[in-house]
Write a protein that binds this ligand. Sequence first.
Ligand code: UDX
Ligand code: ADP
Length: 470
Amino acid sequence: MFKNVCCIGAGFVGGPTMAVFADKCPNLNITVVDLNHERINLWNSENLDRLPIFEPGLKDLIKRTRGKNLFFSTEIIEPIKSADMIFISVNTPIKSSGIGAGEASDLRWVESSARTIAKFSQGHTIVIEKSTLPVRTAKVIKEILHSNQNTSENKNKLKSFSILSNPEFLAEGTALDDLENPDRVLIGGEDEESINQLKDLYLNWVPNEKIITSNLWSSELSKLTANAFLAQRISSINSITAVCEATGGDIREVSKAVGLDSRIGNKFLNSGPGFGGSCFKKDILNLVYLCKFFNLPEVANYWDQVVKINKWQKDRIYKKIVEKLFGNLSDKRIAILGFAFKANTNDTRESPAIEISKDLLNEGAKLVFYDPKVSKNQIIKDLSKTIEMITQKNKDEFLFFADNVYDAVKDVDAIVLITEWEEFKNLDWIKISNLMIPPSWVFDTRDVVDPSRISGSSVNLWKLGNADFN
Ligand code: UDX
Ligand code: ADP
C-alpha cells in the first residue's frame, strides 16, 4: 500500500533518516518539512555540494531519491493533512532559563509540532518520536493530541492518533551506514497495529530479529541510557589520559589492552578532547534531571560526573597549552585544526573546539582556523559570545581563517589538533615546522600525529595521554 509520510524537522536526523527511508521504501511518499526556509532551500539546491549537512554518501542518496519519493518543503499544513505517519525530528536543546535550566530539554519545538499535528491532521495518524527526548515526552505529545480532538473545531472531524517512540541511534559521519545496517531498531508503543505498520517499513531492509519492541517509556529510556553509557566510556578513558601523563603510561597502549577484553570491547575507547555533538551532554543532563525529579540524588550525581570529567578534559588541555607557551598567550598566534565535534561532519554543536578556542581567546591569543567542512560563518557564530565579552574591538583582530593547513600554520606559535580529520594524519611536518615561529608547539588531542613523522622537525610535540610527549 502507498503511504504518505511527513517528517517535521530537516536537520541532521530528519534529513538523512528520511532519505534512507525513501531509498529503501519506494512505496512511500515522504515530505520533510521545516520552518527554516534557508535549510529547505539548501536541501532543494541543484548543486548537491550545497546540501545543509555534510555526511559521507548523502549526495548520491539525495540524487537518487529527491523529487521521486522524497520532497523538502516549508509548506507544513498539506503534508500533515495527508500523512499516515508523522515523524517528529525537531531540535530539543537544553533549556537556557526557567525551571530545569542547564539540565532539562527545551520541548517548545516538540510541543509546537504536536499542536500543528493536532490541528491539521486528518483521519488516523501514527505520530513517531524520532528526536532524542526526555523520558515521558510521549505523554506530553499524547495529551496535546488528544486534548485537541475535543475542541469545538475538531469535534466533528474523525481524528485519532497512535504515538510511537522510535529513537534514532545514528552517529554523524556514519549516519547512512548506521541507518542502512542498524545494530537494532527499537519501536516503543502501546498500539500493536501501529507498531507493526512501522515495523513493516523497516522490514524492507532490516532483518526481523534486529527489530525490537518495548513499551513507550522503556524505549525513551533506552535511548538516554545508550547515549549515557557511550559518553561514560569516553569520560572513563579520558580520565585515564591524565593518569598516563602523570605516571609514564601511553593511553593508546592502555586502551588497546583494555579493549581486547571481550567483555569490555574495543569500541569507543579513543581518548580525545572530550565528547561533543548534540546528544551526549544533553541526554546525560536529561537523565540527571530525571533522577533529581524522582529523588534519586545518588544516581543523578553518578551520571553528572561523566559530564564534569568531559568539561575538565577540555579545561586541562587549554591549561596545558598556556603552560607550554610560557604562561602567556597575548599576541601569540595559534592554529586550530578542526572545528567539527568529530571527523566527517560539518556539525559543531558542543564541539570541544568551541570551549578550547574561547579559553585561548580569553588569554589573548589570536586564532587561525581551518576545518575542511565547517564554514567561517559557523565558527564566528559559535564564538560570538566570547568575542563580545573579551573585546569590543573588531573580531578580525583575533580570528583568522585559512583554506588549508599550510596557510593556517604560517607564522603561528602553536597548532592545536582538535578534530581527527583524515587529512591531518599525513601532514608534511618538516614543511610545517619551517612555516611556524620557534619555539613552536603541536598539541595533538586526537592521536593523529605519528611522532616518527615529526621527529626530524624542530617542533615540540605534546600528545594527550602520552607521558613521552608531555
Ligand atoms: C551519538 C551516538 O553515537 C548515537 O548513537 C546517537 O544517536 C547520537 O549521539 P554522535 O554524537 O553523532 O552520535 O557521534 P559519536 O560517534 O557517538 O561521537 C560523539 C562524541 O564522542 C564525538 O565528539 C567523538 O569525537 C567522541 N568520541 C567518540 C571520542 O572522543 N572517543 C570515542 O572513542 C568515540
Ligand atoms: P537534529 O540533530 O535533532 O536533527 P537539528 O537542529 O539539526 O536537530 O534539526 C531540527 C530541525 O527542526 C531544524 O531545522 C528546525 O528548524 C526544525 N524545526 C523545529 N521546530 C519545528 C516546527 N515546529 N516545524 C517545523 N520544523 C521545525
